[in-house]
Design a protein around this ligand. Structure first.
Ligand SMILES: [Zn+2]
Length: 180
């Protein structure tokens, strides 16, 4: 997929999610500026975004750490020093977006498995989750509050997790084109 196609297909929803999880949402303005304008020097970024250059460098540094930006160096003919021009690695936003969702799904599946594998008891105040044996040993009384322990119905809870997984999978499908 060409750069311009990725640009169109990398919506703000994806940018926001990746930035809020991995970089900090304060970088959104800078990222949107680069998405719109392409390669830009730190100095122009500072001017356009009304920030000092160090503030811009700090944001760029955080983006670079997770490989979401690239640069090219150009020598300033008058001053003789190098100026850095930054641009986004938009394709990596797509990859990271999918990776984040994938990890979330895996974590939820683990929770479901753990819940399905084990029956457990809890009191009406939900102080504790106690396994079958410990429930038996504690005479079906909560060690924290003394209320009766009941077998916990995890089916509803598992349903909630499954729905969440469904939604995550839908988001992945929606933006699967970012991976091509
Ligand atoms: Zn209790």
């Amino acid at each position: 997929m060409g750069d311009s196609q990725i640009k169109m297909k990398c919506p703000i929803e994806v940018l926001k999610m990746v930035l809020s999880r991995e970089v900090g949402e304060d970088t959104l303005e800078l990222v949107q500026f680069l998405k719109k304008n392409g390669e830009t020097s730190e100095f122009v970024l500072a001017k356009k975004l009304k920030e000092d250059v160090n503030g811009i460098r700090n944001q760029i540094y955080r983006l670079q750490k997770v490989n979401l930006v690239k640069y090219s160096k150009k020598k300033d003919k008058e001053k003789g020093w190098y100026v850095y021009f930054w641009d986004l690695k938009l394709e990596n936003f797509g990859f990271r977006y999918h990776k984040i969702l994938e990890n979330e799904i895996l974590a939820l599946e683990k929770i479901i498995k753990r819940k399905e594998d084990k029956e457990f008891f809890t009191c009406k105040n939900n102080c504790v989750e106690i396994n079958y044996e410990d429930g038996l040993n504690s005479n079906y009384t909560c060690p924290e509050c003394g209320e009766a322990l009941d077998l916990c119905d995890v089916k509803k809870e598992i349903e909630v997790y499954k729905k969440r997984i469904e939604r995550l999978k839908q988001s992945m499908d929606k933006y699967s084109s970012l991976l091509q």
